[in-house]
Design a protein around this ligand. Structure first.
Ligand SMILES: Cc1ncc(COP(=O)(O)O)c(C=O)c1O
Length: 489
């Protein structure tokens, strides 16, 4: 039985015509067996490395001096290539260094869309570091403007922010404009400020327009402003009071919108596909209703596409190909924009930009020449047809395999099966406590996965993922679920 299961691990006919939406497998579950190739833990965490090893010294260093805001396994990552990440084995002094390979199916939480250690990015970063890294925003630099222009031109080409796909650029007319920051949180922080300012300017009654609306399970960041619209009691409670006049709605509840988005609301922020909250898509009709209600009360609509934007879900913005009446006024981005170099940005419609004046916002590092040159290059790569084709093909493969896993593991996986779009995919489990266990079991078998929300496994590999890498991750997941099933008995 083991031998036949081994064979089955990579030889099943998983692949259909590329499509971004999941279609349930027509294959019968009865003749399926999960891959049992990875039942043994090949990559146990280094809980107690030999005390005289370099790994033990490094872990001790962290424990002594780094603030404990993260719970991490005892691994120290040293380098990567593509989807591969390497951790140093805890060898003793005098022994040769050895590295253990992991398949990174998390892309540094949806960041490394072009994989690790991309040679062109490394070359560009080196070249620019020798030329100019930073010169402050008191002066123009050669790359910030170019990068933002590319963002604007690409949004015209692909659609977004009220522009239909292929909308001509208007070099001298009103244009989309961007503010460049350093992270997703900062991009959202800026967007919330711009929303309040613009709503007040257009309403001509600044004292009434201060309200902000967000939605359950949203994640927008951890600064006081972004945290105020991230309604998770675990994150918020220790830091209250937060920014006032924030209201929390239920995603996809259209009926509640009139009471939620009232005349005093300046801005509404939402993720078109919630990432951290459990990979939960907003429905088109809901987005249209939110847009309509924002127009009625003069509120500014912000889409946080920090996780779902920049081609992860198959199009430049996850809203690029939606009808124009579902488009936002501002879109925030970060994670993959410079493939891991810290950056964030807010892109906005001309009307919003017109309400912002010198001194309204600022940053020391944002828009620096090093990171903007890298982002300029990364944007070009993300838009390549071949990469987008790969996202569609790998997405179809992933949905297919997760659909089969849903059938094979009806005792552990929710019957609704996988959800999401492109390479932002979630698989809800029946028991929330199982999620962390599966992530751990997969890591102990060499595959790095993520959780999302309370009960969901999240799959956000690099957009460059190969067919074999998706298969490897799914084979390991099947084995991990087999082990979990045994443990849960
Ligand atoms: C949708 C969304 N918004 C905002 C953030 C915060 O971004 P950052 O961690 O870069 O500050 C994240 C991070 O996970 C995110 O997924």
């Amino acid at each position: 039985m083991l031998a036949s299961a081994l064979q089955r691990c990579r030889t099943r006919p998983f692949f259909r015509a590329p499509a971004l939406r999941w279609t349930r497998s027509h294959q019968s579950a009865t003749n399926l067996e999960p891959c049992a190739q990875y039942l043994e833990a090949t990559h146990p965490d280094f809980e107690h490395p030999p005390p005289d090893s370099q790994v033990a010294a490094q872990l001790h260093q962290f424990a002594q001096t780094t603030l404990g805001t993260y719970k991490r396994p005892g691994l120290v990552l040293s380098h990567g290539k593509g989807l591969d990440l390497y951790a140093k084995e805890p060898t003793r002094p005098g022994e040769p260094s050895k590295y253990r390979r992991y398949l990174d199916f998390s892309a540094g939480i949806a960041v490394n869309s072009l994989g690790h250690a991309d040679p062109q990015i490394a070359r560009i970063a080196g070249e620019q570091a020798e030329r100019l890294v930073h010169c402050s925003n008191l002066y123009y630099n050669e790359w910030s403007g170019k990068m933002v222009q590319r963002l604007v031109e690409m949004t015209h080409e692909h659609g977004g922010l009220g522009l239909r796909k292929g909308a001509p650029t208007s070099p001298d007319g009103p244009n989309l404009k961007a503010f460049v920051a350093n992270s997703g949180t900062e991009a959202n922080e800026a967007a919330l400020k711009f929303a309040r300012k613009a709503a007040a300017v257009y309403a001509n009654a600044p004292q009434r327009k201060t309200g902000l609306v967000c939605f359950q399970h949203a994640f927008h960041g951890r600064s006081m402003g972004a945290l105020s619209v991230t309604p998770n009691p675990k994150y918020q409670a220790p830091f209250e009071p937060l920014v006032g006049n924030v209201r929390v709605g239920e995603l996809n509840n259209i009926d509640a919108l009139p009471q939620l988005i009232t005349e005093d609301v300046a801005g509404v922020i939402l993720e078109p596909i919630q990432g951290e909250g459990g990979v939960i898509p907003a429905q088109l009709e809901f987005l249209q209703a939110v847009r309509r209600r924002c127009n009625e009360v003069g509120a500014v609509l912000i889409y946080d596409e920090i996780q779902c934007g920049l081609f992860r879900t198959g199009t430049m913005w996850s809203h690029s190909e939606l009808p124009l009446d579902a488009h936002p006024d501002l879109v925030t981005m970060a994670k993959p924009l410079a493939n891991g170099f810290p950056i964030g940005a807010v892109l906005m419609r001309p009307e919003i930009a017109e309400a912002i004046v010198v001194g309204d916002h600022g940053t020391t590092f944002g828009g620096g020449p090093l990171v903007c040159r890298i982002a300029h290059y990364v944007l070009g790569r993300l838009a390549e047809d071949a990469l987008r084709g790969n996202v569609a093909a790998r997405s179809a493969q992933l949905f297919e395999r997760l659909g089969l896993i849903t059938e094979m593991f009806g005792d552990l996986v929710q019957a609704s099966g996988p959800r999401g779009k492109g390479l932002l995919v979630g698989l809800p489990l029946k028991t929330p406590e199982h999620v962390g266990k599966v992530v751990g079991l997969a890591r102990e078998r060499g595959v790095l996965l993520l959780s999302a929300g309370s009960d969901t496994l999240r799959f956000v590999p690099s957009l460059t993922a190969a067919r074999e890498e998706v298969d490897e991750a799914m084979d390991v997941l099947e084995s991990a679920l087999l082990v979990l099933r045994e443990q849960a008995k």
